[in-house]
Design a protein around this ligand. Sequence first.
Ligand SMILES: Cc1ncc(COP(=O)(O)O)c(C=O)c1O
Length: 423
Amino acid sequence: MSAKQNTRPFEEYESEVRSYCRNFPTVFTTAKGSFLYDEDGKKYLDFFCGAGGLNYGHNNDYIKEKLLAYLQSDGVMHALDMYTAPKREFLEFYEEKILKPRGLNYKIQFPGPTGTNAVEAALKLARKVKKRQNVFAMMGGFHGMTLGSIALTTDAASRAGAGVALQNVTHIPAPYMFPELNTLKYMETLLTDDHSGVDKPAAIILETVQADGGINPFDAEWLKGVRALCDKHDILMIVDDIQVGCARTGWFFSFERAGIVPDIVTQSKSIGGYGMPFALVLIKPELDIWEPGEHNGTFRGYQLSMVAAKAGLEVMLNEHVEEKVRRQEKLIAKEMEEIRALAPEKIKTRGMGFVWGVDFWRYDTQGAMSKKVQNLAFANGLIVERVGRGNTVIKVMPDLLISDEDLLHGLTLLKDAVKEAIS
Ligand SMILES: Cc1ncc(COP(=O)(O)O)c(C=O)c1O
């Protein structure tokens, strides 16, 4: 960042709660495709991708045209949940092009436009349907920062901010934490042992790939096991697809690879197509027992987001993004292996599709090495975020429309940063 960039208003007037700007200390102005540009004209390859909110890159021309046309036509902008043309078009498109081809049958709820609002709605509904308070969530999971969601979320720093007791959740060790523990059997025991001390839950909620928890993909067999456990014990399965959905794993819904159908699915972030605020809760029809207005919000189903969401899905289908991700996954995996090989005893890599992590835990558990890598990458024009226990994991999340050339270039920048940091 040059001295001429004025950051005083942020430092003086913006709350101390600001965070990403501390890792990427420059003033951004424009963005296109896979790149961000700052006030000095410096170009950054964006492997952060709006924390998963920009799967189709920045300012995609196709989506932009649809948004501009809607604005030009004086289309209704704000309508709460009244019937509108964009909502009708979105619902029909989603039903015909997303759900039906996958053999899925869900009703669609538009909660407030954030991920955490979708999670709150899913929790409320599950508790209402099953008339039980408890919910099982996985250690390492991240589900948002409002009270219901934060009770599910496990990272200590997020939980500390709640200021009140976080209740009605039983946290289950994620399978990678104790490979010798059969977590399915463990949950079964909690449910059947009359001395387990654990209340039967309304639902089990999980991310199929824990993203903010440090990039931990759950294997398909385990996911199937959770589905079977839920069926056996009359518990709802909720998949939080807010960060790794929308084709990021190589499947539009991240659970498709396991051949399972959750009872409730939450979507947000990239479902907004253009970085627009938007969220959905997909509900098996027989569970849709909401009373009118029982969960509401002034900005639910925002009209411009409807337009962007439909256009984003059109891009996803027209550009065959799922297939593209599965092809390019191999390029990423190969580069990740080269990064791991720089220090095979100390660096771990894991991931799938377009969500990968490089874990520096064995250097230090407080994230000093990952911070060094992040800073070096940023200086060289690559934006990557840190996640996981102690923030030791560099999260690699390119946009899904990226070219082979830019993808490999970004991975080379990351490799160079790792080389320099560990040398
Ligand atoms: C899996 C998951 N669920 C929920 C959320 C919360 O979404 P939001 O920040 O839009 O409230 C996030 C955000 O990172 C997430 O990754």
